[in-house]
Design a binder for this molecule. Structure first.
Ligand code: IMP
Ligand code: MG
Length: 183
């Protein structure tokens, strides 16, 4: 592992201690996939993957869902200072993906203030899907600013900045197989 142990620079590339291990994640993702497969039994779904944080979770999740799955990508950028999302979130997605009368499942990495989830659900809901649900690997309920309904939650986490399993800090740590608490 790269760390700055013993060096005098101010930077670090230490992701901090493991908060949720690779095997705990694998077990939980498998049970979420089972639950989703049961809930939508006999139907096909369109999975909207929120870039970039949700790519690792979504990749593991969709491979264990036993339904017809179509995948599309969504970009959600929040205005503000970059670490805390503001109330204004811009949503971009491929307009060619037809969502009307289809079952849409949004997959994101972490639900924090809820502003992003709210914007995503409003945007996708405006396309009149037959159903609209959301899955998130992590939930930090202590930080919620907006009342938002999420259907599938992997784990609740304390109010710490987390990285790994898709989540980054300034671009780093997305590739780590476990979730770490950066603090
Ligand atoms: P919200 O709009 O405040 O709910 O923020 C949701 C988005 O902020 C997530 O999709 C992440 O991209 C990012 N985010 C929030 N908390 C964390 C964290 O602890 N680590 C990494 N990204 C985070
Ligand atoms: Mg995100």
């Amino acid at each position: 592992m790269l760390t700055n142990a013993g060096m005098d620079q101010a930077w670090t590339s230490d992701p901090g201690p493991v908060l949720i291990s690779k095997s705990e994640i694998a077990a939980r993702v498998e049970s979420l996939a089972d639950e989703i497969s049961r809930d939508y039994q006999g139907q096909s779904i369109k999975v909207g993957v929120v870039l970039a944080g949700a790519i690792v979770f979504a990749a593991d999740l969709v491979r264990q869902i036993s339904l017809d799955v179509e995948i599309f990508f969504i970009q959600a950028s929040s205005y503000g200072d970059g670490t805390v999302s503001s109330g204004q979130v811009q949503v971009r997605r491929d307009e060619k993906v037809e969502l009307a009368d289809t079952h849409v499942l949004v997959v994101d990495d972490i639900l924090d203030t809820g502003y992003t989830a709210r914007a995503l659900l409003d945007d996708l809901g405006s396309q009149r899907p037959a159903s609209l649900r959301m899955a998130t690997l992590l939930d930090k309920p202590s930080r919620r600013q907006v009342d938002v309904q999420v259907d599938y939650v992997g784990f609740e986490v304390p109010n710490k900045f987390v990285v790994g399993y898709g989540m980054d800090h300034s671009g780093s740590f997305r590739h780590l197989p476990s979730v770490h608490a950066l603090d």
